[in-house]
Design a protein around this ligand. Structure first.
Ligand code: FE2
Length: 373
């Protein structure tokens, strides 16, 4: 905290630090990123597309227990070791993650090497702009209370986000495996982006479906140089992605706006976009019925789909180290298919179709049973 140039200047009248734009900071101004930006890629078809829809292979593991944590999001799989899953079971797990947004495991024997290998099944390994190891990212929790830091950094680092959503090909899947964790604090929360879309009014759904959100890494770039003192590998990037995206496996619409990286909308004036972002931040932070919170232990693993959820660490202070290993893979360039539907819309359509079918069967059945004879 003391090293933050963003809070270095103290206002003479108040004695409190003044937040300056970090480009006043030579640490930021003088850094030349060593690597070129990522180029657009066309990843191999998502592994969720190869899954058996009834997930027979995964769900027939002896002793497996499937525990949905909420109606909308989050499932715990008990009595399963990720290290023992077959390629077919990994595909079915991908589909479960596509549907439930995030899947949790406890007491895993997975190693970093094993996690990297497992993740290579899901695609080409991505690399966070500040990631030094080429295959995995070490997430270090600091014992500094981020609620204070956030008053001075331009990047809302503790807020809801989809991992590196500013990339041209943002990660599809992320896995975080905890190697060290304090007994209290450091929980992570996820919110369903399907649910965030579903709970908008029809007018707002239509409006947002025609917009592109500006996802940027600029604020993160400045902040990690100043605060983390880690030189980013790549220059900052701004990308326009559909504000509502279609999931390539489930075909469902999901809100693709997050307060961590989105700063505006390509089609709106700045002050219009600011108000829409204010509303969406409120929408995300008040979505209790589409929210799940997980308390970590050493050996816990979360596997989530950045196209279907946003997440954040619940801010707080803790006294012992928090260290996790994260792996991600490149996903498709986000797209919006106007023919796709929301999750709730689909549930309603399927229910209506079933009722009509039953009705038709009932009528036929009645006739067949000879009532008219
Ligand atoms: Fe994250």
């Amino acid at each position: 905290m003391a090293q933050l140039a963003a809070r270095a200047n103290v206002a003479p009248d108040s004695g409190f630090p003044v937040t300056l734009h970090p480009h006043f900071n030579p640490k930021i101004k003088d850094h030349i990123p060593p690597e070129p930006p990522h180029k657009e890629r066309t990843p191999a078809p998502d592994r969720g597309l190869f899954a058996n829809p009834d997930k027979k292979s995964l769900l027939s593991i002896p002793g497996i227990k499937v525990v949905p944590l909420t109606e909308s999001i989050g499932t715990v799989l008990e009595n399963v070791q990720l290290s023992a899953l077959t390629p077919q079971q990994l595909d079915e797990l991908a589909l479960l993650v596509n549907e439930r947004g995030v899947v949790f495991f406890r007491s895993q024997d997975l190693t970093t090497e094993g996690q990297v290998k497992l993740f290579e099944h899901y695609g080409e390994l991505d690399r966070h702009p500040s990631q030094k190891d080429t295959r995995h990212h070490v997430i270090r929790g600091s014992t500094i209370d981020h609620r204070e830091i956030l008053a001075y950094t331009p990047w809302p680092s503790g807020d809801f986000h989809a991992d590196t959503s500013f990339e041209i090909n943002p990660p599809s899947y992320s896995m975080l495996r905890m190697e060290e964790h304090p007994p209290v604090g450091g929980d992570t929360a996820w919110v369903s982006s399907y649910g965030l879309y579903d709970t908008l009014s029809d007018a707002m759904k239509n409006f947002l479906s025609g917009l592109h959100a500006v996802h940027t890494s600029r604020l993160q770039y400045d902040t990690i140089l100043d605060l983390w003192q880690v030189p980013p590998n790549r220059a900052p990037i701004d990308t326009h992605h559909p504000a509502v995206r279609t999931h390539p496996v489930t075909g469902l619409r999901a809100l693709n706006v997050n307060p961590g990286f989105v700063t505006g909308f390509a089609e709106l004036k700045k002050y219009e976009g600011d108000k829409i972002l204010d509303f969406l931040n409120y929408h995300i932070h008040s979505a209790d019925d589409h929210y799940v919170r997980f308390k970590w232990e050493v050996g816990s693993v979360a596997l989530w789909d950045n196209r279907a959820v946003v997440h954040r660490v619940i801010p707080g202070s803790y006294e012992t180290p928090r260290r996790g290993i994260r792996t991600t893979v490149f996903g498709e360039k986000p797209y919006f298919d106007p023919k796709s539907e929301g999750r709730l819309e689909r549930q309603k359509r399927l229910k209506a179709e079933k009722e009509n079918e039953d009705k038709a069967k009932g009528v036929n059945g009645t006739n067949g049973n000879g009532v008219s004879h």
